[in-house]
Design a protein around this ligand. Structure first.
Ligand code: SF4
Length: 488
């Protein structure tokens, strides 16, 4: 993603993405099937394309295709991916831009061998590095920032050893990245110095795995060892016997994406030592403490509101907690629909109220966020139509007021309902009897970290990276591209 530009709307062509990555190094079985199963566990992180690249000690093998993991691979495709080392990727859809050139893992062959990269995140200085590399003869085949990282790393590998090359690239790229990389048959994991996106290390019976979320490691019957630290390089040993870790860049402050805990990550994943489900339950409890409203029944907006609502109802002590909205599981997430008309239809397709739960009652519905407000308005209307006397809305996160430049395809400022409306005006707009959000302090307390170690750019409009035209909430230094070191 380029610097200083507001991310494209979800209906646009912006290369914004939010993805899942995996990498494995095993002792004596092919990595492709475990990668495939792990990618199934990460499917919620990306549904546009899926790919696996393996290395058999002599050469790379790859299969990358559009669609869900189950659609992208035939059994024979996986069988053809030989080699005990492999990386995989699932990519988030950017509506209107179904483009295979951005599908990953991204591969490149160069004088120093082969490279494959899977990237979750978004660089904010990719254009500058791309221009510099293009000036010295690098030809690019996609508009994605992952290719920029791949070319920069390939160039550094011609001049330095593996660790030094990764370090040089890390000091040039600025933004959000969790990467799994394969250089020949060496599998690496890298997390950006502020740790914006998650990346964990797991141990299997016969090797080691790197994955965006621990749920992928669980799926492989593995044990989560620990998170890759912000600014750390992890190299899996080629015989599957362990890993080496190198803290290459250190920052005092981190910028973990709070939205991973609130919405994106699976509730059964553990990120930075914290179970996401428990965070969401605690966010629900805090929501009751901060803005609880007496009502007959508390209902989650399925699925992601469920943990919040159970914590809220527990703290409310005595209020009826019930499922009042049934979800059609075969409809995608509403806020990734390509246009307003599709989004409006999707809400009705997706959710149906249970009349007996709401009829004649005061209802509180708990959701994780309000983006455009369209879904919330339709939900309130659905519940009123089913006979509710009052409908209160409680949100387990602060208002989303600004776009994300770090790879989350959220919305533009113009689309975000909270960008220029306060909660009481939003309540009127969505026709709720009341609306309340959670405070940023409560979010930090539930995650168990200091507020200064979180990215809350989409809430505060101040970002943890140096983004042209936007304020930052910390001291950051954008790498001075072209002036870092003399290059041959
Ligand atoms: S701006 Fe929001 S969604 Fe984007 S990384 Fe920061 S907290 Fe996450």
């Amino acid at each position: 993603m380029s610097s200083g530009r507001e991310p494209a709307p979800t209906a646009g062509n912006g290369p914004t993405e939010k993805c899942g990555v995996i990498g494995l190094s095993l002792s004596d079985r092919d990595a492709a099937f475990p990668a495939y199963y792990g990618m199934y566990a990460l499917q919620h992180r990306g549904q546009e394309s899926a790919g696996i690249v393996t290395h058999d000690g002599f050469q790379q093998h790859q299969h990358i295709a559009m669609g869900l993991v189950g659609e992208a691979f035939e059994e024979s495709d996986i069988e053809g991916l030989t080699g005990t080392a492999g990386i995989g990727h699932v990519r988030y859809p950017t509506a209107g831009s179904v483009d295979k050139s951005n599908a990953q893992p991204f591969t490149v062959s160069f004088k120093g061998g082969s490279l494959a990269l899977s990237h979750n995140g978004n660089l904010v200085n990719a254009d500058t590095i791309r221009d510099e590399l293009a000036d010295v003869g690098h030809a690019f085949t996609s508009d994605g920032d992952t290719e920029v990282i791949a070319h920069d790393l390939a160039r550094n590998l011609l001049e330095s050893d593996l660790i030094r090359a990764v370090e040089r690239t890390m000091t040039r790229i600025h933004g959000s990245y969790s990467l799994t990389i394969m250089h020949d048959d060496a599998v690496l994991g890298v997390r950006d110095p502020q740790g914006n996106r998650p990346l964990v290390i797991g141990e299997l019976d016969d090797g080691y795995v790197l994955a965006s979320e621990s749920a992928a490691i669980d799926t492989l019957d593995g044990t989560t060892v620990r998170d890759v630290h912000p600014g750390e390089l992890v190299i899996l040993q080629e015989d599957g016997s362990g890993f080496d870790a190198y803290q290459l860049v250190e920052h005092d402050q981190h910028a973990h994406c709070f939205f991973e805990y609130v919405y994106f990550a699976r509730p059964d994943s553990v990120i930075d030592d914290t179970l996401v489900y428990e965070v969401r339950r605690d966010l629900g409890r805090k929501l009751w403490e901060e803005s609880g409203v007496e009502s007959d029944v508390v209902m989650p907006v399925p699925d992601s509101g469920r943990a919040f609502a159970s914590g809220y109802a527990e703290a409310a002590d005595g209020v009826d907690f019930a499922e009042g909205l049934m979800k059609n599981r075969y409809v995608g997430r509403t806020f990734i629909m390509p246009n307003q008309e599709a989004r409006e239809r999707a809400v009705r397709l997706k959710l149906n109220p249970i009349r007996s739960t709401v009829e004649g009652r005061t209802v509180t519905i708990i959701d994780d966020s309000i983006v455009r407000g369209t879904t919330s308005k339709q939900l309130v209307s659905l519940i009123r139509d089913a006979g509710a006397e009052e409908v209160h809305v409680r949100i387990g996160a602060p208002p989303i007021r600004a776009p994300c430049y770090m790879g989350i395809d959220m919305a533009t400022r113009e689309e975000l309902i909270a960008a220029d409306m306060d909660p009481s005006t939003i309540a009127e707009t969505i026709e709720a009897d009341s609306l309340a959000y959670l405070s940023t302090d409560a979010v930090a307390a539930a995650i168990g970290t200091d507020r200064s170690n979180l990215c809350m750019g989409c809430v505060t409009g101040e970002y943890p990276y140096d983004i042209e035209g936007e304020p930052t909430d910390r001291a950051v230094s954008r790498p001075a591209i072209g002036e870092d070191e003399p290059r041959s």
